[in-house]
Ligand binder design. Structure first.
Ligand code: 475
Length: 838
């Protein structure tokens, strides 16, 4: 018992309880210590990877100390916290960021340099933590960085998948998927908390009974149980002592997993069930913006939300507060509908276990949760079949039906005799079998619902949640435009540019206050500054050209215009339109005389991105890109005027190389389909211009940087419906340039045309859902405008500087502050350096 310790013991602790000094020798000692003890290596048999491990372990020691201090001080003060529930955290590499945020990047680089290793090589040895598909997961990672930097008391909760997003290889032009067993080597960025183990139940039945007051109560009698084991990932803030936590759960068998098989004495079945238990957190579902509907996915969602809520409730209970204080202490943010079961689970805990009455419980629940919607695509809307749900979560199903019943009764009272309205708003869709609409449940169980960019937030108010806006009023539906962290996406990824900015602004305060970049506007016409600016862009392009040479075997000239489209492959993102326009460009170049060719702006078109393994059409797009690349890159009539590159296995650390090297990046989704996009922000922040549609955050980027610094084309969101209708029923002819391109494919210019038939048929009149034909002419014109603008390098550099200078709004610090002020109502809590125990 600490309170009974004699003074000498406490003094001894306090003397020893000091942070390690940050001088180079202390750092080197700790690196060597980890080499020789933790890693059991010696100087003569070390490679870059060992050096990485040792530096990581040494940085980890410091992180853990900060983490401990933060959590200790937070436990004592017990302020309101936010819990960010996300099935995906796409963290990428951690070491560089950890050293930056600890403020020790330079001294570690020097320290490891003197020990015979180059920091760049050491950094490169780390593999990505890829526990996410795309933007949604990367957004969660940026938000965790900002939450810690702004000193908000925040925890992330997610799953510790054994396999992250698959590794992509290109074999004969096709995508092939390979498992990403990222835990092959110990992961130094996690702390296993084997002592924190929470039982999670599934299946079984519900026992209903009368309690001592004659009230009917329900008790879930589960049929299976597994354990959730906690793994903590420290998230240090930049330039602060605060270090937050992401808690990831891993599933493990309980001693007795399936109670039935055990009771039947069926040993083999019991072992099989134990294996099933481990399977829950084995793999990240590789779907982005689509819903797979698999039972295991539902199990993942419940396992994760139940474990997280158990943890949150346990922490709340320590304070001995009244339940009605719960929303004053706890804010829970639902990152899309994936964690919506948390709403039901909290209601179950309050009603079944804590014996609160339904209405009081529901009041607490709805004041606690808020929900972020990330997509309007119908195929991404989560729905669970009632029979499957009932088998896994029988008590939760009853609660869902009760939530729905009470909700619809209120709707009926407000808008009597409108059966169609009730049907539309119901949490239960009347289908065969019935389906639970998770988005409706999330809206009903939350006090705020937000979209992720202005256009998107308006769209959800006008479409998928229209009835709910009428019922609840519009205050419940808000916008929080996404943001990105300037630490990773400018300071780390583009270190040279970052240094130039700091030198120019006279301080590095912009790293924490991105609006300060506005100061660069004064330098737009400064020739010396312009030259430095372009030299850095060129160096970044040289670095990318080397990577392309190494990974794809293709030589590209850093003097060409680098045109990049890297993101998940999806029909709505229209990589197909991009490659079709590349074919058009190729055909045009081939038709030119040598004199005309001299005027062509050379271009390197770079693609990257993964397709969901079961998404046939998206995978064909990858094949088409590679087939076109094969022909174009080898055509002597084209030479350096056009190169096409598909970089395999696009991930966060590749993005860190690609983003700073782009002149133009493409964000060309059909208007109204891309909720926000965040890579658009990363490119512009790094002085790359956008070629894009009036969609997602492109619109707000335009507003910030001005229309002269962005290339916009295509139809507007409100025109889409009419265009689709016209195409389907009025037989609008296909764009003639597009017809020419398709004819070239069908002629066999790029391999056997039969391969691409299913892809081409998505465009046949009346079916071109993503309006490639309708936008094609304006897309080609916009591409010409890009070429012309790039030729005028004197003007281009000004545009590039203006881009970076006016991107302050898109800092994730701004987004997080909006969430904190308007949705979570939490305040920063500053951790004090090196507290003494008392
Ligand atoms: C948007 N994923 C981007 C980003 O806000 C936006 C949905 C259901 C099932 C599986 N995955 C999903 C998404 O909806 C998703 O990734 N949405 C993305 O969220 C962050 O920037 O425009 O497409």
């Amino acid at each position: 018992e600490r309170s009974k310790w004699p003074k000498e013991t406490i003094d001894l602790w306090n003397r020893l309880y000091k942070k390690d000094a940050a001088d180079i020798e202390t750092i080197q000692k700790s690196i060597v210590h980890h080499v020789t003890t933790t890693l059991a290596r010696a100087a003569y048999n070390m490679d870059n990877f060992t050096a990485y491990q040792a530096v990581a372990l040494s940085a980890r020691d410091r992180l853990i100390a900060q983490w401990n201090e933060t959590q200790g001080q937070l436990s004592k003060a017990d302020p309101k916290r936010v819990y960010y529930l996300s099935l995906e955290f796409l963290l990428g590499r951690s070491m560089d960021n950890a050293l930056l945020n600890l403020g020790l990047k330079d001294v570690y680089a020097k320290g490891i340099g003197q020990l015979g290793f180059r920091m760049e090589d050491v950094v490169e040895s780390e593999s990505d933590a890829a526990l996410g598909n795309g933007n949604l997961g990367r957004l969660a990672a940026c938000y965790m960085d900002s939450l810690a930097t702004l000193e908000y008391p925040a925890w992330g909760y997610g799953l510790r998948y054994n396999y992250g997003i698959f590794q992509q290889r290109i074999i004969e032009g096709y995508q092939a998927e390979f498992p990403d067993y990222w835990l092959n080597f110990d992961n130094p960025w996690e702390l296993p908390r084997l002592d924190i183990s929470i039982p999670i139940y599934f299946a079984g039945h519900v026992h209903s009974f009368q309690d001592e007051y004659g009230v009917t109560r329900h008790k879930w009698v589960p049929g299976q149980s597994v354990q959730a084991i906690a793994y903590d990932v420290p998230i240090p803030g930049y330039d602060t002592e605060n270090c937050n936590n992401i808690r990831l759960w891993r599933s493990k068998p309980t001693r007795v997993f399936d109670l039935t098989s055990f009771n039947e004495g069926n040993y083999e079945k019991s072992v099989e069930d134990a294996t099933q238990a481990e399977k829950i957190t084995s793999v990240l579902y590789p779907n982005d913006n689509t819903m797979a509907g698999k039972e295991l996915r539902l199990k993942q969602q419940y396992f994760w939300t139940a474990a997280s809520l158990h943890d949150i409730v346990r922490r709340f209970k320590k304070s001995q507060r009244d339940w009605s204080d719960f929303p004053e202490q706890v804010a829970i943010q639902l990152n899309d509908t994936h964690p919506t079961l948390a709403i039901v689970e909290l209601q179950r805990i309050l009603v079944d276990e804590e014996q609160l009455n339904w209405d009081d419980a529901w009041e607490i629940v709805t004041r606690t949760f808020a929900f972020t919607n990330h997509t309007v695509l119908p195929e991404a809307m989560e729905k669970w079949s009632v029979p499957m749900f009932e088998y896994l979560l029988p008590r939760h199903l009853q609660i869902v039906f009760d939530i729905n019943l009470f909700f619809l009764q209120k709707v009926e009272k407000r808008f009597p005799n409108d059966r169609e309205l009730l049907k539309r708003m119901s949490i239960i869709e009347e289908a065969q079998p019935q389906q639970i609409r998770m988005a409706h449940l999330a809206v009903v169980g939350s006090h705020k619902v937000n979209g992720v960019a202005a256009l998107h937030s308006n769209l959800i108010r006008d479409t998928i949640f229209k009835d709910f806006v009428e019922y609840y009023g519009s205050d419940k539906f808000v916008n929080v435009t996404n943001g990105i962290t300037s630490r990773r996406w400018l300071n780390q990824a583009n270190h040279k540019l970052s240094e130039l900015i700091t030198e120019t602004l006279g301080s590095d305060a912009w790293i924490k206050d991105l609006d300060l970049l506005k100061g660069l506007n004064k330098k737009v016409d400064d020739k010396v500054f312009q030259k430095k600016w372009m030299a850095i862009k060129r160096a970044n392009k040289v670095r990318l050209a080397e990577l392309i040479k190494e990974r794809c075997g293709i030589e590209v000239s850093p003097d060409a215009l680098f045109d990049v489209q890297v993101k998940r492959i999806h029909e709505y993102k229209r990589q197909f339109m991009n490659i079709l326009a590349v074919i058009h460009r190729y055909r045009t170049i081939k038709s030119l005389t040598p004199a005309q060719k001299a005027n062509v702006q050379p271009r390197v078109v770079i693609f990257g991105g993964k397709a969901a393994p079961g998404y046939y059409v998206a995978k064909l797009v990858i094949k088409l890109i590679n087939s076109v690349a094969n022909v174009v890159n080898q055509d002597p009539a084209v030479g350096d005027l056009l190169k096409v590159v598909f970089i395999p296995d696009y991930n966060v650390s590749l993005a860190e190389v690609i983003v700073p090297a782009s002149d133009i990046s493409q964000h060309i989704s059909t208007a109204g389909t891309e909720a926000s996009g965040t890579s658009n922000m990363k490119f512009v922040l790094n002085g790359g211009l956008i070629l894009g549609t009036m969609d997602g955050a492109n619109i707000e980027i335009l507003e910030e940087i001005g229309e002269d610094n962005i290339f916009i084309f295509g139809c507007l969101a409100h025109e889409v419906e009419d265009l689709r209708y016209a195409q389907r029923y009025r037989g609008v002819p296909m764009d003639p340039a597009l017809q020419g391109v398709l004819a070239a494919i069908e002629k066999g210019t790029f391999e056997d045309p039969k391969i691409f038939q299913p892809l081409i048929s998505t465009l046949t009149i009346g079916k071109d859902y993503y309006l490639i034909s309708a936008d094609f002419a304006s897309y080609l014109r916009a591409n010409q405008a890009v070429d012309a603008a790039y030729k005028d390098q004197d003007e281009w550099v000004k545009k590039s500087i203006r881009c970076t200078a006016n991107m302050g709004k898109f800092s994730s610090d701004r987004s997080v502050k909006e969430y904190a002020d308007n949705i979570w109502h939490i305040k920063p809590f500053k951790v004090v350096d090196n507290q003494q125990i008392d």
